[in-house]
Structure formats: structure tokens, C-alpha cells
Design a protein around this ligand. Structure first.
Ligand code: G
Ligand code: G
Ligand code: MN
Ligand code: NA
Length: 250
């Protein structure tokens, strides 16, 4: 079977699952949310990471049913946890440009009983780069559902500044590439501080991605970054382990 055919079957056979990476408040140290990250438990290929199948899913259009499954499962889990945590879900360009995206999100919220304010949809710059009226209308109608919107991988794309004015995003996720270099050169610290201030200026909160060491943690706290994700804090966890972490934190 080729990967596309296999992936179609995976959806029917319920072979997808989510891992959850904690998002930690840099002031209190508490878990304030999770990012849902899809995996494919394949009977012979093993646990397949998303980089190996998201591209295929996008190319074939399978990302639409797959994305709906991810959203539903993430919301179902959040409702089961029943805590005021932010559940972040990645939305790819192809999914976002589907005309029914707002209706789909609305249906999943209703179906699962998910409070909209607990949900955060993460989009990359490429979504926002296509600065069309259609895309702006989609963003506005998603916002009207009461969900949060995050700009993912900030700073990796093209010219990222013009659309900060245009699109009502709530959260800016500082790409891992900026965090990686923190501690090595003073310039990198200046860059991160500037991104945080820029986000604040536009009323957005900031999430730093890919924190792997204490130096990065300290510098990000110093820069006024709100929350962080990364292997230092926790790897993405299977649902049971994430549940255990929440229980022991209490
Ligand atoms: O999970 P991992 O940590 O390996 O993620 C790799 C990439 O796959 C990231 O860019 C992430 O945004 C993307 N990804 C993970 N889960 C999903 C998903 O449910 N939908 C989409 N569109 N992308 C995802
Ligand atoms: O593109 P997006 O930000 O959605 O994807 C998150 C990706 O980053 C996932 O593949 C996740 O496993 C990975 N990730 C999360 N924390 C770290 C980290 O501390 N270091 C590295 N190298 N990758 C990380
Ligand atoms: Mn993401
Ligand atoms: Na990212």
C-alpha cells in the first residue's frame, strides 16, 4: 500500500492518536495548556511521526478529515480533563482554506461540549501570508466562535510584520530556531526581547517553543515571555501520561 491509501485506511481503522505537550507559565511554573500533536500507530510501520504523513495528507486532501479527527479528539480530551487549560491544535493551510472550516470547528465544539475559550487554533505564517479578503474573513469568523488563534513558528516565514496589524491573533509562538541560539550570542537575546515586545504592542501573548535548557528558560523569563514549551519542561506525552502529570500537579 502506498502511504496515501494507507493513511485513508488509518482514519477508518482508528490508528491515529494524539500526544500532548505541556505549555508552562514562565512566572508560576504551572501547566496552563497543552499542544495536541498527532501520531500514527501503524500496525507494521510503528509509531509514525507527523512529518512523515502531514505532507501526504495535505497533498491528497486527507488533511480535512484527519484535521477534524484531531480537533474532535483534542476537544474530547480537554472536556474529560475538565480544567481551564488551553488546548492548542495545529491547523494546516489546506484545512484553513477549506470553505467549511468555521462550520467544522463550530460543530466539533458543540458535539464535544468544549468551551470555545479553552481552544486555541495554531496557524503558520503561510496561512496569513496569503493576505486575501477570504482568509481575513475566515480568521474573523473563527474568532467570532470565541476560540483563540495563535501564529505558529513566528519568524521563520517571510515578512511577518504587516499582517500583525491585519489579523486579530491572540498568541504569538516564537519559533524554536530563535530559542535554540539563546545563550550563545547577545544578539539572539535582543531578537527574542524584541519579538516579545512586538507581540505585547499588538496585545498578543507569547509562547516560546523548543526550550531545552535552563539558560534559555532564564533568558525567556527575563524577556517577559509568557509561557513555554520544550523538552526541558516536558516532551509531548501520551494522553495517560499527560493525565498523570495533571493529577500530580494538583
Ligand atoms: O509532533 P511533532 O512534534 O513531530 O510535530 C511535527 C510537525 O507536525 C509540527 O510542525 C507540527 O505542527 C505538525 N503537526 C503535528 N500534529 C499536527 C496536526 O494535528 N495537524 C497538523 N496540520 N500538523 C500537525
Ligand atoms: O511546528 P510546531 O511548533 O507545531 O511543532 C512542534 C514540534 O516541535 C513538534 O515536532 C514537537 O515534538 C517539537 N518539539 C517540542 N519541543 C521541542 C524541543 O524542546 N526541542 C525540539 N528539538 N523539538 C521540540
Ligand atoms: Mn504548533
Ligand atoms: Na511551531
Amino acid at each position: 500500500l502506498d502511504l496515501a491509501t494507507d493513511l485513508r485506511l488509518a482514519l477508518e481503522r482508528d490508528e491515529l492518536l494524539l500526544h500532548y505537550q505541556p505549555n508552562v507559565d514562565l512566572t508560576s511554573g504551572e501547566i496552563v495548556g497543552f499542544e495536541a500533536l498527532v501520531r500514527w500507530q501503524h500496525p507494521t510501520r510503528g509509531l509514525v511521526p507527523p512529518i512523515e504523513f502531514i505532507g501526504v495528507a495535505e497533498a491528497t486532501g486527507l488533511i480535512v478529515p484527519l484535521g477534524r479527527w484531531v480537533l474532535r479528539e483534542a476537544c474530547r480530551q480537554a472536556v474529560e480533563w475538565n480544567r481551564p487549560l488551553k488546548m492548542a491544535v495545529n491547523v494546516s493551510v489546506r484545512q484553513f482554506e477549506d470553505d467549511d472550516v468555521t462550520a467544522m470547528v463550530q460543530e466539533v465544539l458543540a458535539e464535544t461540549g468544549m468551551p470555545p475559550q479553552w481552544l486555541c487554533l495554531e496557524m503558520t505564517e503561510s496561512v496569513l501570508l496569503t493576505d486575501t479578503d477570504d482568509n481575513l474573513a475566515r480568521i474573523v469568523s473563527l474568532k467570532a466562535l470565541g476560540v483563540m488563534l495563535a501564529m505558529d513558528d513566528f519568524g521563520t516565514g517571510y515578512s511577518s510584520l504587516a499582517y500583525l496589524r491585519r489579523f486579530p491573533m491572540d498568541i504569538l509562538k516564537i519559533d524554536r530556531s530563535f530559542v535554540d541560539r539563546l545563550g550563545a550570542e547577545r544578539e539572539d537575546e535582543a531578537l527574542v526581547r524584541t519579538i516579545v515586545r512586538l507581540a505585547q504592542r499588538f496585545g498578543m501573548s507569547t509562547v516560546a517553543e523548543g526550550i531545552e535548557n535552563e539558560t534559555q528558560l532564564t533568558l525567556l523569563q527575563g524577556a517577559g515571555c509568557d509561557t513555554a514549551q520544550g523538552y526541558l519542561l516536558s516532551r509531548p506525552l501520551p494522553a495517560a501520561a499527560a493525565t498523570a502529570l495533571l493529577t500530580e500537579e494538583r
